[in-house]
Design a protein around this ligand. Structure first.
Ligand code: DGY
Length: 335
């Protein structure tokens, strides 16, 4: 029997590709640019599954043309690039890679906090530029992280993992989330639920861990930034469009806040030129989960979801289970 066909839309690691090839005929696009939406639709024809990454845009129009596809196995925990309701309407299962990247992403959020507060990138540049002539009392003087207040916007798995790190730095932790955590979890994390407004007003560091959706898009704008303390730092390792970048550039330039640590941007990979003019902004290129171990785990998990589906099992990380229920109950002749 011929193997089912699977499309991989852009460069992937060879080990998971080899694993996938045991179960499927792989149509692999090995470039970093990947496929345009038109090419993706074309290449997905006759495929049972497609493996996607954050740069693949799968809106309603594309998904309608993918009707008949079994699964979109997305590498990443965030899936705002995929219109999930449209995938469900078109009978396409969608999976993501939750859990395996929590520690790694929380590490980067903490690194950005430290880098912005202790001016690590400015200090590094200062030395590279040959400007270090003498030790002075206030050379690259920064702000403490320990014993200060961390406000976490969005207290899912990554937010909670960050809270645990804050304990090691004797920080006070505030959080805001639509759903409050169970009391026991709050106690273990030593985290206090507060209103968004109170979090913004009282925190020395505000770290964003919200998914991107209609409710969160632009939810940290001028009003919110003006509520923050003038010596506060904003960190975003979630999704760029949660923050209104033009407002953030003004906040950094006009010193409404002291600094920012940003791993994600409104129009990646394009940068708001204003951000590049802010020495108090530490910028990294969407690498929150980018470590050797974690990216490999994410890639393997993506393949595991495909292999499960191809072998007639429920993909472990399915985001729209009703589609699986429909698949599982369909007559064998519909294969
Ligand atoms: C994620 O997992 O959502 C990362 O941002 C990579 O897509």
């Amino acid at each position: 029997m011929p193997k089912p066909k699977v499309l991989v839309t852009k460069r992937f690691f060879s080990e998971p590709i080899a694993e996938l090839a045991k179960h499927a005929e792989v149509d692999y696009e090995p470039t970093d640019d990947g496929l345009t939406s038109v090419a993706l639709v074309e290449r997905a024809r006759g495929k049972r599954a497609v493996i996607t990454q954050v740069t693949d845009q799968l809106g309603r129009e594309v998904l309608t043309q993918l009707k008949g596809l079994g699964l979109i196995a997305h590498l990443g925990v965030g899936y705002d690039n995929i219109d999930l309701p449209a995938a469900t309407e078109n009978g396409i299962m969608v999976t993501n890679t939750p859990g395996v990247l929590d520690d790694t992403t929380a590490d980067l959020a903490f690194a950005l906090m430290l880098a912005a507060a202790r001016r690590i990138t400015e200090a590094h540049q200062f030395i590279h530029d040959g400007n270090w002539k003498r030790w002075t009392l206030d050379l690259m003087i920064g702000r403490d992280v320990h014993h200060r207040t961390l406000g976490i916007l969005g207290m899912g798995r990554i937010g909670q993992t960050l809270a645990r790190r804050a304990g090691g730095f004797s920080m006070r932790v505030l959080y805001h989330n639509r759903t409050r955590l169970p009391e026991q979890t709050e106690r273990v994390l030593a985290a206090e639920w507060v209103s968004k407004e109170r979090l913004l007003r009282e925190s020395d560091f505000v770290s964003i861990h919200l998914p991107l959706n209609a409710e969160t898009r632009g939810s940290v704008g001028e009003t919110e930034l003006r509520m923050m303390k003038p010596d506060a730092v904003l960190v975003n390792t979630a999704r760029g469009p949660v923050v209104v970048e033009t407002a953030l550039v003004r906040a950094l330039k006009e010193k409404w806040i002291a600094g920012a640590g940003l791993d994600v941007f409104e129009r990646e990979p394009q940068l708001n030129p204003g951000l590049l003019e802010c020495p108090n902004a530490v910028l990294t290129p969407h690498v929150g989960s980018s470590t050797v171990d974690t990216r490999m785990k994410m890639a393997m998990m993506t393949v595991d979801n495909v292999v499960a589906m191809l072998s007639g099992q429920r993909p472990p990380n399915i985001l729209n289970p009703p589609v699986w229920d429909r698949w599982a109950s369909r007559p064998a002749s519909a294969e």
